[in-house]
Design a binder for this molecule. Sequence first.
Ligand SMILES: Nc1ncnc2c1ncn2[C@@H]1O[C@H](COP(=O)(O)OP(=O)(O)OP(=O)(O)O)[C@@H](O)[C@H]1O
Ligand SMILES: [Mg+2]
Length: 600
Amino acid sequence: MSTDTARPEQPPAIRRLSRYARSYRPAVFRASLSSILNKVMDLAPPLLIGAAIDIVISGESSLVAWTGVDNTTTLLWALALVTVAVFIGESIFEYLQGIQWRNLAQSVQHGLRLEAYGHVQGLDSVYFEDRSTGDLMAVLNDDVNQLERFLDRGANDLLQVSVTTVLIGAIFFTIAPSVAWLAFLPVPFVIIGTFAFQRRIALRYADVRDQAGALNSLLNNNISGIATIKSFTAEGIEVERLRRESETYRRRNRLAIRLSAAFSPTIRMLIAFGFTATLVRGGTLAIDGAMSVGSFSVLVFLSQRLLWPLTRLGETFDLYHRAMASTNRILDVLDTEPALVSGPTAVANVSGAISFDDVHFSYHPDAPVLRGMSLEMPAGKTTAIVGSTGAGKTTVIKMLLRFYDPTGGAVQLDGTDLRELDLSGLRRAIGLVSQDVFLFHGTVAENIRYGNPEASDDQVTEAARLAEAHGFITELPDGYGTIVGERGQKLSGGQRQRISIARAIVKDPPILVLDEATSSVDNETEAAIQRSLAIVSEGRTTVVIAHRLSTIRHADVIYVIDEGMLTEQGHHDDLVAHGGIYESLWKVQTGDATRPHDRR
Ligand SMILES: Nc1ncnc2c1ncn2[C@@H]1O[C@H](COP(=O)(O)OP(=O)(O)OP(=O)(O)O)[C@@H](O)[C@H]1O
Ligand SMILES: [Mg+2]
């Protein structure tokens, strides 16, 4: 739940927002001033009409007679001039207010979107694992837009209603104190009703926004997994799932609508009562001569002016509460502190010696993944990690990139604890070819250059050659300019892998990490890539994870890990001779495994 009322630990959304939007205060002030002046001038005509009627009827004893001008025609002309001036002023301020609020809305939207996205980027892996992409997208997109919608219209409306009420109140109590209280009789009820309405609608809108996130998340997931849905002919099931989520969204909106739709008519009835009472009481007074006809007409005109903006209050509050529900969701994201904080030590002249010292780690408290892992990856050498699936190999890499911090022990780079190091510096020092390759929508060249935006065309081509990718890239319809599609889906698995190897090579990092980097290519290509990588990893700390042991047999040191612990270590030949896990894996892969029936 994310509303003012449901989350006592947080101040109301509007206060959170105003604290956040401190830098926009001058702009808010300017826009508000234009709104107020616009409204003041908008309310002047009824007064002027009243004064005109008064002049015509009462002549020299009229209300404006105090000016000393006793010629009624002159008075009328003066009034006409004032009216024209007021209309011009009103138009100018209407224009200003329009631009200022809208531009403010755009600026806040722009700023908030950038800030929220920038902040999200800095959050930890844990945050993304617990939150769905679609839901985050809903915050970064819909919720930000919702706020813009309110600032664009709602804020101005709210301000003008307040100004109207105050001004009309002042005029009423000045010209006809005996009637004014009747016109304002409904106002306390309107205020109390509005507050009661506020509390309820806020909860309902928070539900609506949460469900919008869930809906978005489902849609996002399904579109990404469309191939799987089709291959399992699960279209029907998915439509049904979407129907359920969408139905919930509709139901929650319906609950909110029921309440918000009842608001305006209720207010209107209260106002109508005040209006009628003013009409009757004021009329009686005017007939009796206790009130001038001019004052009476001002009263009637202004009651109406009070009426219509107040009935729109429901709509405005609606916008307001939708916006506040969204604001809470955005600010919740902004208030999420990254658990991993960058260290103070700059990363420079990396030689690349990595050590794991009794590292313990678990993604969930009751399922330890690394259980006292200690290993050294010497600078400038090639280290291989092998082990069965789920043993914790990729987790070791994630610890090295500091996607997570160990729960016990320490990971060090060149003798410094990673927690001490500048986080971006650390990650800049590592070139990663990860197990699940991710390519961005864009061209092949753009994807390779992601490793180093300054790389020249020649460097890109060279990296592609080393990754055995140049050949197939030149055969693509547009060569290096070919669009790879979202997540690189227009390429084969092996092609994607080779582009991601090129991307890591072009980065030219002191540490190169290859997690199953050639698992999707054929043996021949793999052998060719191995030859290139031998050149690339010369004098560079290289960490290789591979299931196919032939690819790592020449590593300087091989670590075998099992269930989050180091079980064997050494050179290929030693490990094969040692007769442990490594030896049996090797035998299976070289076809030497002696199966029971072979012995006979
Ligand atoms: N983000 C995560 N949240 C929770 N558990 C995870 C997460 N990532 C991995 N695990 C668990 O941690 C264990 C180790 O996973 P890891 O990815 O390190 O294995 P691996 O050795 O790389 O396996 P593979 O050879 O299949 O790639 C597994 O049991 C896995 O289920
Ligand atoms: Mg893995």
